[in-house]
Design a protein around this ligand. Structure first.
Ligand SMILES: C=C(O[C@@H]1C=C(C(=O)O)C=C[C@H]1O)C(=O)O
Length: 384
């Protein structure tokens, strides 16, 4: 951990930015400056006045971002190696559910009325809920990310200091293990790996295979997925040539879930378009927002209020424009005192969705964070 020297952060120990990925992991060291405007960060990168930027974009990019210009950015062409002697995660318990499971079911039912109304333009909306987890002693973000990285078969994990987003976020950290690549740029090569369509994994090998096979053929999940891919084809199509989009999604597994995923690749039309520019152009995708985007974002703001950094994007971009941004899911926000974490999970709702199945899907998605925290959610009700 480093001593911060950036805007208003002197004397405070700052959690480094860490992104663990199988192919390339990064860790920041030190704070040269902080920025809350991602467009200004993109401009400074283009002008060459900053060497790199790391951090988080909120779900609603009209709100402040949490971006840091690090003193150094270390890269390794493998998963993040972590600290030699990690300390244990303190005992944790789920203390609150916001909204309650019953209210989440009601929110899904309300959304379904719109999704099923023939004259309503909304075709998909992603609705989320959160759990408040309390810890007996402060949780160190770096230790939690280390646990998440070792729990995940793909060794994905991240932690981001949210302080640059302003007073409301001072000392807070976003920590998670996201399987979803918003966008990666390496030279002119651009890739995305949107996920949408989910099923909970089973412990028996046969049942797990049956769940995966059902997901691959599920009309509802394929519809939900197609909306995301169509959206990306159009937003990425503005910036890339030769977009390669497979006809059908593939099955993707995390330790807790099966997803439908589509690996998309393309060639950047203008090499001045950076990874951060790309992230700002395509975020939020219909995987975390919905379609049409503006209608879905409005519905989410009405139903959930401000999502903060959940369902935003976390990542890095260097002075060459290369970088990687992950969708900020399977994550939680650690309070400044380290004594609580708010964990988030959502799911895409389409006309064919079933409210109780959607509630169960959010519970299954909490598993990534709750397992790392050693906490369990109270059983959710079988009826609304
Ligand atoms: C919104 C979340 O996940 C997103 C929604 C998915 C779905 O609706 O099937 C799947 C993967 C993610 O794109 C979340 O995990 O909170």
């Amino acid at each position: 951990m480093d001593q911060a020297k950036g805007n208003g952060q002197a004397q405070r120990r700052v959690t480094p930015f860490i992104l663990s990925r199988p192919h390339l992991s990064v860790q920041s060291q030190g704070v040269r400056d902080t920025l809350d405007d991602p467009h200004e960060a993109a401009r400074r990168l283009r002008e060459g006045t900053v060497p790199a930027v790391v951090g988080a974009l909120p779900f609603d990019t009209a709100n402040p971002s949490a971006l840091t210009v690090p003193v150094d950015l270390y890269r390794q062409r493998r998963v993040w190696q972590g600290y030699p002697k990690p300390s244990p995660i303190p005992a944790c318990t789920v203390s609150d559910s916001l909204p309650s499971p019953a209210r989440h079911v009601e929110a899904v039912e309300t959304a379904l009325k719109r999704l099923r109304a023939p004259d309503d333009p909304l075709t998909k909306v992603v609705l989320a809920r959160s759990l408040l987890v309390r810890a007996e002693a402060p949780i160190l973000p770096t230790m939690l990310v280390q646990r998440l990285v070792s729990d995940d078969a793909g060794n994905n994990g991240f932690c981001v200091d949210l302080s640059p987003a302003g007073a409301d976020y001072r000392g807070r950290t976003l920590v998670g293990s996201s399987p979803e690549v918003l966008v990666r740029r390496s030279g002119r090569h651009v890739t995305c790996f949107p996920l949408a369509g989910t099923a909970k994994r089973e412990s028996s090998v046969d049942q797990d295979a049956a769940v995966a096979a059902r997901l691959a053929l599920s009309v509802k999940d394929l519809a939900e997925h197609a909306i995301v891919v169509e959206g990306l084809k159009s937003s990425l199509g503005e910036l890339c040539d030769e977009l390669d989009v497979p006809e059908a999604p593939s099955l993707v597994q995390t330790p807790a879930l099966w997803h439908l995923g589509t690996p998309i690749s393309g060639t950047l039309r203008d090499e001045r378009t950076s990874a951060l520019d790309l992230a700002l152009a395509i975020h939020p995708t219909a995987a975390v927002c919905g379609s049409p985007r503006a209608e879905a974002a409005k519905a989410i703001a009405q139903i959930e209020g401000d999502r903060g950094f959940y369902a935003g994007a976390i990542g890095w971009c260097d002075g060459n424009g290369d970088g990687e941004w992950m969708v900020a899911i399977r994550c939680g926000e650690i309070a400044a005192d380290g004594l609580s974490v708010r964990v988030y999970a959502g799911g895409g709702i389409v006309a064919q969705s079933d409210p109780l199945a959607e509630l169960a899907e959010t519970s299954a998605k909490f598993a990534t964070m709750l397992t790392a925290l050693g906490a369990v959610e109270q059983p959710v009700p079988r009826t609304g």
